[in-house]
Design a protein around this ligand. Structure first.
Ligand code: NAP
Ligand code: MG
Length: 405
């Protein structure tokens, strides 16, 4: 690669915390800056910086994604009481991912990075299974009530137009618990649109699964909204692309997922997505460092990141001057996905091609050269003896990248 690849519009770059931040800098310096005349609009979401700006910097980063459409994010600390003490913070700031997701009205898509030497626990799986999780409402924003003896209960809704709606439970014979959950049509519609768009752009079929036979009103509404949006906005495009949309009952979907060879997007309600994204990740690749995650809005705003966190324990070792064997694969793939998308949007072929080379260089390093960090070495077949440090791994990827150009 003699000349650096020129860019037109910038990528929104969102920096983060701890070991993820250390790897972020290494990946940029070693694998991107020498080859791309990188244009980014940089937002530093280091936890201290969020604290200093009263979290304004997170809001600004989300605004920037609305402006430039494409971003890449490093893992960030979501402060709890311990972190407040550790970093001397003013308060337990909200999760930056939640703030950004709410501002973009986005859905999270998690996809495995498939390697020849990391065999899925389900032997039929050959193509990616992407889980799309609706990250709004359900039990995550529900209310729970514990009652002490036999009781009657009903749900009362007072609408803003003055109308009152009521629904009765059967009489309770003794002490117990009750839960109320809700969702909003607008949020379900955004979730459906983001799912249809993502699957279409990635040339994958879309599955949506729920339990409308039992949950007739609640799950029934999800099913109806997906069907309506499919017919009104996507059916023609899906037929033209040779793709399909299918609704399944959730238990049927689980059986079909396990028996399938993959190659589809599985849209899940909030709780199902919470459980099944971890199930697919563990069964597919066994390491969080081999999962990418993309936030995708119904308008097509895109934010890529690694699915793992800041890798706190490794960072403390790094601070002590020890060498770590932390896996930067998902961070490299997040950058690649972002460069690819920027290249496609701006019509810069070289940028998209470079992104593919970056992915190939990582795969060659692990699959052919059998150089890997400890997390992958543990699940590799056949097993490997030596394990690479974080830096050694990146150097090997760089060597392969240079040979590809
Ligand atoms: P984590 O950072 O994902 O790490 C959990 C464990 O998984 C690590 O200790 C390590 O296991 C393994 N691991 C994760 N990524 C790895 C990698 N790239 N290479 C090798 N091993 C890796 O989760 P956490 O420790 O629960 O959370 C730490 C911080 O991250 C928290 O403050 C949390 O708020 C934040 N977080 C942020 C995001 C985000 O910004 N998207 C997501 C999740 C968590 P071993 O120790 O066994 O090697
Ligand atoms: Mg989960």
């Amino acid at each position: 690669m003699a000349e650096k690849i020129a860019m037109d519009k910038p990528i929104v770059e969102i920096d983060g915390d701890e070991m993820a931040r250390v790897m972020w800098a290494l990946v940029k310096e070693q694998l991107i800056l020498p080859y791309v005349d990188l244009k980014t609009e940089y937002y530093d979401l280091h936890v201290k910086r969020r604290d200093e700006t009263n979290d304004k910097v997170t809001v600004e980063a989300a605004e920037a994604i609305k402006r430039w459409r494409v971003g890449v994010k490093c893992a960030t600390i979501t402060p709890n009481a311990e972190r407040v003490k550790e970093y001397g913070l003013k308060k337990e700031w909200k999760s930056p991912n939640a703030t950004i997701r709410n501002m973009l009205d986005g859905t999270i898509f998690r996809a495995p990075i498939i390697l020849g030497n990391v065999l899925p626990a389900v032997r039929f799986w050959k193509k990616p299974i992407v889980v799309a999780r609706h990250a709004f409402g359900d039990i995550y924003d529900g209310v729970g009530v514990r009652f002490d003896c036999a009781a009657d209960a009903e749900v009362v809704i007072r609408q803003s137009d003055g109308k009152e709606l009521r629904a009765r439970f059967p009489s309770f014979k003794g002490a117990g618990v009750l839960q109320g959950i809700y969702n909003l049509d607008a949020s379900i519609e955004s979730f459906a649109r983001a799912s249809f768009r993502y699957a279409l752009e990635n040339r994958m079929d879309l599955w949506f699964a729920a339990k409308d036979t039992i949950s007739k009103v609640y799950d029934g509404q999800f099913k109806a909204i997906f069907q309506k949006i499919y017919e009104e906005e996507f059916k023609a495009k899906y037929e033209k692309a040779g793709l399909s949309y299918q609704y399944f009952l959730i238990d049927d979907a689980v059986a079909r997922v396990v028996r399938s060879e993959g190659g589809f997007v599985w849209a899940c309600k909030n709780f199902d997505g919470d459980v099944f994204s971890d199930f697919v990740a563990t069964a597919y690749v066994g390491s969080l460092a081999l999962m990418t995650s993309a936030l995708f809005s119904p308008k097509g705003h895109f934010l890529a990141e690694a699915a793992h966190g800041t890798v706190q324990k490794h960072y403390y070792r790094h601070l002590k001057g020890e060498k770590t064997s932390t896996n930067p694969t998902a961070i490299i793939f997040a950058w690649a996905a972002t460069l690819k998308r920027r290249g496609e949007l701006d019509g810069i072929k070289e940028l998209a091609e470079f992104a593919s080379k970056l992915e190939t260089a990582v795969k060659l390093t692990i699959e052919r050269d059998r150089i890997m960090t400890v997390d992958v070495a543990k699940v590799s077949e056949p097993p490997v003896k030596g394990i690479a440090t974080t830096e050694e791994f990146i150097t090997s990827v760089k060597r392969n990248l240079e040979k590809l150009s």
